[in-house]
Design a protein around this ligand. Structure first.
Ligand code: ADP
Ligand code: NA
Length: 331
């Protein structure tokens, strides 16, 4: 079994944003130093809800461009899109036959995403966690960086691996370990401190897109929702102040400081001058990413070539795993 293999991915369902960067991509880049990393644009996950085909193709490329612009290096890591490696769908089917309906019924994200109209949700949305288990286990990945929102799904991946190994009496799959990141783990909407920053939020002002230019970044930060009080002097003063807490958290993550350090410098200030500093910091960090993304997007053929190459490497890793799985299952 590989000992240090990371798998992670994001859905190409909209513009990548600061939450994806601080909660995922930035960490992926760091992991490249110590792990063999496999980073995937999970287009099969995206189609669990309706995607316009031409838009999906474009967003898949844009997601890959975002990974690269944030520092994922296709020379060091494997970067590809999920639908190009058939092992994901094949292993997901086998896991559909391993996972129990009761397990999937407990997944809170399905309940959230399907909403009240559960009968109208796709079957794919329901078995999404089985596909996620397949994404990881097709490579026998050992570590998965996860946000809060994916912790329950990763538990399910562990349960599936355990049951598979147990049912067939062979240690085929590793029991994956989460890599839980604290800083930037949950970036909230700029318009509503109770909602996480998300690509599916209809309000563009709620997030800093990785494609936003300097003026848009500054404008969105200036308009970010706050409360009427000045910034607190210490981190304890952030309790029950979700908007202040979010902006200080973003500052801290972008500056690689603790919230306490940020407040040691800015505590007691009004929001207007703090937002100006935050905007300068955000522009300094994000403008190079958005510039690199637009450079990459000008040459889609090059992105496609990177993804094709990645898919070949990924398929080569998954092939022996799938051969072993078929033999063990009797297929
Ligand atoms: P979205 O929720 O915007 O659709 P994805 O589900 O594709 O994003 O998430 C891709 C990665 O980005 C995941 O690791 C997820 O935990 C992380 N992520 C998404 N939104 C945020 C956020 N607001 N704060 C921190 N991390 C986030
Ligand atoms: Na998500």
């Amino acid at each position: 079994l590989p000992r240090n293999r990371v798998f992670s991915g994001a859905q190409p369902t909209g513009s990548m944003h600061l939450g994806n960067y601080l909660g995922a991509f930035r960490n992926w880049v760091r992991l490249q130093e110590d792990y063999e990393c496999i980073y995937c644009v999970v287009d099969l996950h995206a189609i669990t809800v309706w995607q316009e085909p031409a838009v999906l193709i474009q967003q898949t490329r844009e997601a890959a461009a975002a990974y690269i612009a944030c520092g994922v290096d296709p020379q060091k890591s494997i970067l590809f899109n999920q639908s190009r490696v058939a092992a994901h769908a094949e292993l997901a089917w086998i896991f559909n036959c391993v996972a129990r309906i009761g397990w999937l019924n407990r997944m809170t994200q399905f309940k959230d995403k399907a909403g009240k109209n559960r009968e109208k949700a796709s079957v794919g949305l329901y078995v999404y966690p089985d596909l996620m288990a397949a994404d990881i286990l097709a490579y026998k990945a050992t570590h998965v960086p996860v946000g809060e929102d994916q912790k329950q799904h990763l538990e399910l991946t562990r349960d599936i691996a355990l049951k598979f190994n147990n049912d067939f009496g062979r240690e085929v799959f590793p029991i994956v370990e989460p890599i839980i990141q604290k800083e930037g783990a949950r970036v909230m909407s700029l318009r509503d401190g109770a909602k996480k920053m998300s690509k599916s939020d209809p309000s563009d002002a709620s997030r800093l897109n990785l494609t936003d230019d300097a003026d848009r970044i500054a404008l969105k930060i200036r308009k970010a929702k706050t409360d009427p009080l000045p910034l607190p002097e210490d981190a304890a003063g952030l309790a029950d102040r979700p908007e202040a807490s979010n902006l200080v958290g973003i500052y801290a993550a972008l500056a690689d400081l603790s919230q306490a350090d940020v407040l040691a410098r800015h505590g007691g200030k009004e929001f207007a001058p703090f937002k100006k500093d935050l905007a300068d910091l955000a522009v300094a960090r994000l403008a190079p990413i958005s510039n690199e993304m637009s450079r990459l997007m000008r040459d889609p053929a090059e992105i496609d070539a990177v993804l094709d190459k990645g898919a070949e490497k990924a398929a080569a890793l998954a092939r022996p795993v799938m051969e072993e799985v078929r033999a063990v299952v009797g297929l």
